[in-house]
Design a protein around this ligand. Sequence first.
Ligand code: HEM
Length: 417
Amino acid sequence: MIELHRAETFAGGIPHGLFASMRADPGLTWTPDHAGTTGFWSVGRHRDLVTVSRDTETYSSAVGHIQIYDIDADALDARASMIDLDPPVHTRLRRLVSSAFTPKHVELYRQAVRDRVRSCLDQLEAAGGGDWVSTVAAPIPIGVICDIMGVPEDDHQYMIELSDHLVAGTANEPLEPTAYGNTTELRLLPFNSPAAFAMAAYASELADRRRQDPRDDLITRLINAEVEGESLNRDEFANFFRLMIFAGNETTRSSMAHLALHMVQFEEAFERVRSDRSLLPTVADEVVRYSSPILYFRRTVSQPTVLSGTELAEGDKVVMWYASANFDENVFDDPLMFQPERSSVPTHVAFGGGGAHFCLGASLARLEVAELIEEMLDRGLHLTEVGEPTFVESNFVNGIEHLDVNVRRDRSRKEQQ
Ligand code: HEM
């Protein structure tokens, strides 16, 4: 049995061999009921994943759950945010924030991103190195998404802590139910994590502050927003807030953490980018493809269908393994090769396989990763003595917890400064 429901399968990063054999098998791959999960179908090929992702009528995000394990109907209701809903409700919610994340609009955030990148790299350089994750990869994306939302700087570290605690809910061990003063049953909380309770409490308190003191931020926009003539209620607002913080932070952080490994492992590729900066957009996408920060999302079949010759019944769980489709040898030439010049067509699926739920923050994430790479190259910063990464224990995110690095500047560049 292929144990894709277990965090251990991902303990050393993406299991490329296992995914390659899954892609080579005809049809979809079945994992039977095991260890508390009911059986599910795995989609590993790029073509099949795109089909599932774009057909929200057959493959629902609202029915069942978007993670492998099942949850009760009341738990689904309690946590519903746009990512767990289907059109047309999904579309109405997404419209509340989508204009803040268009490629054109995110250009307005570029200078703020650059300032954050510079300040983090200054700290790393001053110390001669340290933990790449806590010094660079974690603070940049949380800082950026918190600025956009309107979360004060003093609370950014708390948001990182809560976001980490959410991910901890995807490991195999149950979490302490009363952490953060939680009083809600764990089964009703996203990722079964008390941090979801704490984030909701924080969101509610911040919303109250913004009602008194409105600002030009997304929190203020959301508390004043109306969907079909009604404002978001307390729970809807909290779910929205949680989604934005988690999605805007955890994923980009993971790509930035993996970037450090890529820069060492594929040094020559980055040398090519150093001399040809027109490669910056494509190299950023290659980092995201290669790191595939979200390993999967699940859909539930809402009407009988056939995919790749496999018959699917209503209620079947279908899991889209982005981390497999991004290395599909029928789509990507030499997929394990890191290629900054890789064409953007066909596109990787790290941001989703297209359709209604395609990542809202894709342009922002690309900009953040490209800014970090460009600043590293401008400074001639080399990562030396990169330690062994400690991977996050999860079958859902491909995260890195710690990564010790030493840094030094290219001497010729230093002299030019
Ligand atoms: C490298 C970074 C990122 C990766 C790999 C990533 C990945 C994904 C994926 C795979 C989905 C699709 C979910 C689905 O089909 O069910 C998604 C959706 C989403 N992402 Fe991202 N994401 C990243 C960065 C961001 C950022 C910076 C934001 C901040 C706004 C963000 C916000 C969202 C939201 C709100 C959704 C839900 C969209 C919807 O349901 O319509 N993401 N992301």
